[in-house]
Design a protein around this ligand. Sequence first.
Ligand SMILES: NC(=O)c1ccc[n+]([C@@H]2O[C@H](COP(=O)([O-])OP(=O)(O)OC[C@H]3O[C@@H](n4cnc5c(N)ncnc54)[C@H](OP(=O)(O)O)[C@@H]3O)[C@@H](O)[C@H]2O)c1
Length: 483
Amino acid sequence: MPSVGPANIGVVGLAVMGSNLARNLASRIGNTVAIHNRSRGKTDALMSEHPEAGFVPSYDYEEFAASLQKPRTAIIMVKAGAATDSVIDALVDVFEPGDIIVDGGNALFTDTIRREKAVRETGINFVGMGVSGGEEGALLGPSLMPGGSDESWDTLGPILRSIAAIAEGEPCVTHVGHDGAGHFVKMVHNGIEYADMQLIAEAYDLIRRGTGRTPAQIAEVFAEWNEGELESYLIEITAEVLRQVDADTGKALVDVILDQAGAKGTGAWTVQTALNLGVPVSGIAEAVFARSLSSHPEQRAVSGDLPGPAESLSVADPDAFIEDVRLALYASKIVAYSQGFDEIRAGAAEYDWAIDLGAISKIWRGGCIIRAQFLNRIADAYAQTPDLPVLLTAPYFVDALTRSQDAWRRIIATAAGAGIPAPAFSSSLSYYDGLRAKRLPAALIQGQRDFFGAHTYKRIDKPGTFHTLWSGDRTEIEAEDTH
Ligand SMILES: NC(=O)c1ccc[n+]([C@@H]2O[C@H](COP(=O)([O-])OP(=O)(O)OC[C@H]3O[C@@H](n4cnc5c(N)ncnc54)[C@H](OP(=O)(O)O)[C@@H]3O)[C@@H](O)[C@H]2O)c1
């Protein structure tokens, strides 16, 4: 096999993400990009549509490997799952020790850990990399979350820095940590995205039902919010979606879209992983479940006449109500991000990754769906206290929660009274109050567990583990800790 080809980087998989990432790479000075796709059509189309990119096409893996300089570096952008495994196998066959295979698809981080271990045994480096920002991000500058070895980062770092989004002068990429760390962080990013979207949707619903404003009028509310502390891509596009008029009916588009939200699974992964780690990401979980609830028309059809409040909501002071909703949204959003960062902290501890949480908040400031001003405040919090156990206890967030908590409680009480579902708002407040509680009813749960399962308990007033002889004379004995 020839040792030196013309390209310094290659892309395998030329659907929407891969072709845009390849074009982004080709547009940066110094890059020559090798391209390959399983079926020939996409390669030929990209070659003819973008002659300016100077791509080096190949139609089999031997040719692809031969078109790359050493160490060969290839980014895979194919359908996540079995397709990724088959492309990795094919590349391992034609690559050599020291070469680098990057999976930029949305892989489950445990698959990435498995793949990294298997590929490392061949001497080839494997990097699982989260890529956020959709097709536009891939073309113009995504937020990139690479894992993998330090050795691969030496080669990849300069290339990735050149194609990433820039936020406040800094490229939105960092070496997240080893093996599956990058895909783990991308997964949590998506979980936070689910929560943020659900919170915005609840805010919209409350304003609509509380004030009777039209989608176009509510678009103006979101546009105004985007000028302040809520400034973010998701708030910005919410205004755009609410403004959109359906060409067929002349109605607001949001009123003709079927109210059943889909999902591709990364939100569910975030929640499943959090359950395994014992991290309460209740806001993200409610967001995932809210999509599930919406997508069961057969259940909703038989439940529509269940009893609820007789009166629909009509607020006396719409402007004050909208301001309350804004504050409730901000407080709930702080909780969602705090929970997401808690999951990353717990994942890093479990999988032995040295993840810099402040650096993660910074690479999410540009190029990704959750990009927001607010992430600067998270970076500040971790700069001040790198091992902060609960993000929302950072001084800036305490101030924000002090300002918003009354409004937050009013909104949830109003929603419950009026029968308007606000699952993410409500669960975020319960989480917050749970954290604040000096004493939780968990003590009673321990008592119940000891009653039926002899699971034992600890006492507040002396060390040791105890069990009450519930079916005997109900005296307390010292016991072995069985959790
Ligand atoms: N779309 C987004 O906004 C977004 C954002 C971030 C990350 N991602 C991730 O990026 C990756 C690519 O996404 P996408 O939307 O561009 O494409 P996709 O629809 O997920 O996948 C299509 C690509 O996979 C290739 N492929 C499928 N099975 C294959 C196999 N067995 N062997 C080799 N190649 C195979 C296809 O080749 P053929 O042309 O031959 O069928 C095509 O190039 C995915 O993992 C996705 O989850 C997507």
